[in-house]
Design a protein around this ligand. Sequence first.
Ligand code: ATP
Length: 197
Amino acid sequence: MSSSSIGPVAVFGGTFDPVHNAHLAIAARALAALGARRVLWLPTGAPGYRRPPLASAEHRLAMLRLAVADEARYGIDPRELAPGHSGYSYDTLAALRAELGPGVPLVMLVGGDQYARLAGWHRWKELFGLARLAVFARPGEGAGPQEVPEGGVIHLALDPMPVSASSIRARIARGESLAGMVPAPVLEYIQRHRLYY
Ligand code: ATP
């Protein structure tokens, strides 16, 4: 069997408002360190309990398409953008588990800041019945919950990248350079559509 059919499917949810180089570093690490056969990028919708993204779903999707175009193992799954989707990772993972069957390992990729808030997530303990979590340290984050099942969490090192979508939006608003923060086609898209100005 080829390695492309035995690694886990990595699931990477985010607002991607906009997608940036730390996101790409996380996905690349999932391929290299976890041997993921695929990374599914899942842009979040705008459920009422979250602050809505600034850019529209169409713009965020278009930027994601540009960012993932060069890696055949990356795919975009837009299901959370559908009207009426709960926005809960539990629901998304349960649907993926049902579609992929019980034999495909699933790993959910999260930054350390998200992991620190895990205990507030809908049905968070049940997530571990569906997937393992790969946690990427992030500057300034807190610790995750104590009661995670043995083997449920993989901590992966990432060269600390002090880049965030919010700092990118703030830099654009101040007219500062985004050099090294977003892929060139994403930067060009942001400028062409005057996003975040
Ligand atoms: P914002 O600044 O608007 O909160 P963000 O940069 O965190 O956005 P998201 O799309 O919300 O971007 O992030 C998707 C995932 O990527 C989250 O799990 C987040 O923790 C993780 N992530 C984003 N940037 C980094 C980073 N620099 N280091 C580690 N993880 C990161």
